[in-house]
Design a protein around this ligand. Sequence first.
Ligand code: 5AD
Ligand code: SF4
Length: 439
Amino acid sequence: MKYHLTSFGCQMNDHDSERMRGVLEGLGYEASADRDGADLIMFNTCTIRGSADDRFMGNLGDARRIKRERPDAVVAVGGCWAQSQKDAIFTDYPFVDIAFGPGEVARLGELIARERIEAVGAFSLDGAFSGQLPAKRERSFQAWVQISVGCNCVCSYCIVPRVRGRERSRPLAEIVGEVEALAADGVVEVTLLGQNVNSYGRDLPAAERATFAEVLRAVGAVDGIRRVRYTSPHPKDMRGDVIAAMAETPEVCAHVHLPAQSGSTRVLKAMRRTYSRERYLELVQRIRDGIPDVSLTTDLIVGFPGETDADFADTLSLVDEVRYDGAYTFLYSPRPGTEAGESMDDDVPAEVKRERIQELIADVQDHARERARRFVGSTRDVLVEGPSRTDPQRLRGRLEQNIAVNFTGDATPGATVPVEITDATSTTLAGRMAAHVTA
Ligand code: 5AD
Ligand code: SF4
């Protein structure tokens, strides 16, 4: 039996997809190179913006065709879009055999076993952590580790709390146990995942209560782990103890992805982000003061309902003040069931949104290029990830600041090597290996 899995969306979904592959291969399924050759056609979906839905619809149309040609093929749709459609999925898309929400990866084996008996949905939001499931990792030396699922924030544009439910944290001992097992299996870099990592632990029973700062220190202390990353923190919950843990734990990488969303306090309020522009900027200063050579990246939304030229100018000036090392920029997209999607007019014309995002991207790139230049001329530790995407003669890896480097040299993936940085663009660095493998 063969399966084909297409994964959409965030790192949380990529991580769930690795678990899905692990479960399927444990059940004896083999990966198929294409959908047409698969008995089980599976999707792990995203619904964060309308564009995610559109992308998936094209793929689902392909599954409909296959099902028409081969009625025996099984079509399974998991993840956030499936969760958001749970009331109508089997009536609107009758060729779908199995549907399950993001909390149900742990029940995948059971769902597949039951499929031939009845069409089964599975939309509870309190399934087990997928951390207990086998995983098929994309790279043997890097792994994601889920520390919490769900989100208690009420950002007015965001569908995540609706499709992933309330926040639930995994006990620290379990997280450390997983990281130890990963390290024993050759993993040197872990990325801790949560919808809001630094509100971690507040829901744990008193005897198990721990903070995100403690997670960082404990994971950094695991033998064999050389790099710890995490995503994403919410600025409202980023405290001094996390900054101190980052500064004092050498394994924790000097990179913070700190979603700002907007530079206008008025818009931030309408988004229900619960911080002002000024508080965000103070936080950035504290992070820069506490963590030497830290890189900062962010998410920004353009065209939120009611965003004026002056609000947008505030976002541009935030970017100029912070000087990010990189940023993801998004056009606002109204989501059904969210506060903004239901009760605020999507009133910024598409044309204006497009002009604004172009201006914003250009500004972000200018700063990213400028910031990347600070590495030129220095020698940095690079974790080798594999061959360069554009030139297989060269290698590709990352600085702890999460900036990609293409370089000449000879080293195995998973090794950390010193690389002399010779050139910089807004997204990548170029360099040459300086000496032999250090680790
Ligand atoms: N429209 C546009 N962007 C959105 N994001 C989340 N919801 C929306 C939406 N409705 C962006 C935010 C978030 C990132 C993952 O996606 O910037 O941080
Ligand atoms: Fe990830 Fe949100 Fe997309 Fe779900 S909807 S896959 S949580 S980005």
